[in-house]
Design a protein around this ligand. Structure first.
Ligand code: 1HN
Length: 342
């Protein structure tokens, strides 16, 4: 069609806008055969993270903030984009100072914590009081009441992981607050809480999974596996499981502890879920999207969806990584795919 005969389409498009229609042929740009995100791989280094968090401790009273939580915001995020470290996963560090209480609330996002530093703090989840120790992996499944307190000395710091960007994007984000501290209930005996023993009459008990996994148990499992052949992409890796289902710890989030043995170079792969890594011990590097990112204890790394990555431990010491992902959510949607170079 030449310029002389071109139809003036503007009246048509303006009518569509006015009457709330959406022409698909204008929407398909940018969608191709591969999943894409504007988010980028990134590392937040422990030294800076801790410095800023302690600064928050000086300038932000917990009474005002309710949670002194410093989120890791993906540098690729657009200003108004509801993202965290990845498209669906929030990652943050939280600081509680001696004597402080973060009052109870509950929300639709599922939350996990990995304890980094300090002693003497506890969390109460649906009436169960759980002491926090360094290396503990704790759960606050969706809509479970939770509050935190600190009866020890010195700062208490942990990593928070949530699916809040995902829940937020679906407009399913709700929070209920209360001023009343939760009544602490009689603790569940471990075997009963973990599904090994269950009552046979009336309602099943309300707690359907463990609320805490100890680092020593997870390390013992890694140690048991360390002489065998590891996973080509992750080396020696175990998943924290919900023992009552055999599945992931929460509906939307799965979590792992992994040992990258000295001298190991894993193969590279990519997958449609995204991941947040936290370095528990040791040092090494990952090659993400062709770029080398060196990491050491305390660093947190975001790998958004579909970025190719491999892990490397050139040191003589074990490297221990904690990680969590949105794999269960992606799988439930029928969207989980992996492409590897093994
Ligand atoms: C939250 O409730 C906690 O309760 C921590 O400790 C981090 C990040 C986003 C939304 C809610 C907590 C959070 C959060």
């Amino acid at each position: 069609m030449t310029a002389d005969t071109a139809v003036d389409t503007e009246p048509f498009y303006s009518q569509l806008r006015e009457d709330h229609y959406s022409p698909l042929w204008q929407l398909m740009g940018g969608i191709g055969p591969e999943p894409r995100t504007n988010l980028v791989p990134h590392i937040w280094r422990w030294e800076q993270t801790r410095k800023l968090l302690m600064w928050a401790g000086e300038v932000v009273p917990l009474e005002d903030a309710l949670r002194r939580v410093l989120g890791f915001r993906n540098p690729g995020s657009r200003p108004d984009q509801r993202t965290g470290a990845t498209d669906s996963l929030w990652a943050a560090v939280q600081l509680v100072l001696p004597g402080e209480v973060a009052p109870p609330h509950r929300h639709t996002p599922s939350a996990l914590r990995f304890i980094i530093e300090g002693e003497g703090a506890y969390t109460v989840v649906n009436g169960q009081r759980v002491p926090m120790e360094v290396g503990d992996f704790l759960l606050t499944p969706a809509m479970h009441w939770h509050e935190h307190g600190h009866e020890g000395d010195g700062p208490m710091i942990w990593l928070d992981g949530l699916d809040s960007p995902l829940i937020s994007r679906m407009n399913q984000y709700i929070i209920e607050e209360t001023d009343d501290v939760q009544g602490v209930e009689k603790p569940f005996p471990a075997a009963y809480a973990h599904g090994l023993l269950g009552k046979t009459w009336g309602q099943p008990h309300a707690l359907t999974q463990p609320l805490v996994y100890k680092l020593s148990d997870a390390l013992a499992a890694l140690d048991h596996l360390r002489d065998g052949e590891g996973d080509p992409y992750d080396d020696i890796i175990i998943e924290y499981k919900n023992p009552t289902t055999g599945g992931p710890v929460m509906t939307t989030i799965s979590a792992y502890l992994q040992l990258v043995r000295p001298g190991v170079d894993t193969k590279a792969h990519r997958h449609t879920h995204s991941a947040v890594y936290h370095v528990v011990r040791g040092s090494g590097y990952s090659i993400i999207d062709g770029k080398r990112i060196d990491w050491a204890t305390g660093d947190t790394i975001a790998i958004p969806l579909w970025y190719e990555h491999s892990h490397h431990n050139p040191t003589g010491e074990d490297a221990i990584l904690f990680s969590y992902t949105d794999r269960p959510a992606i799988t439930a949607l029928g969207l989980w795919r992996e492409r590897g170079n093994a």
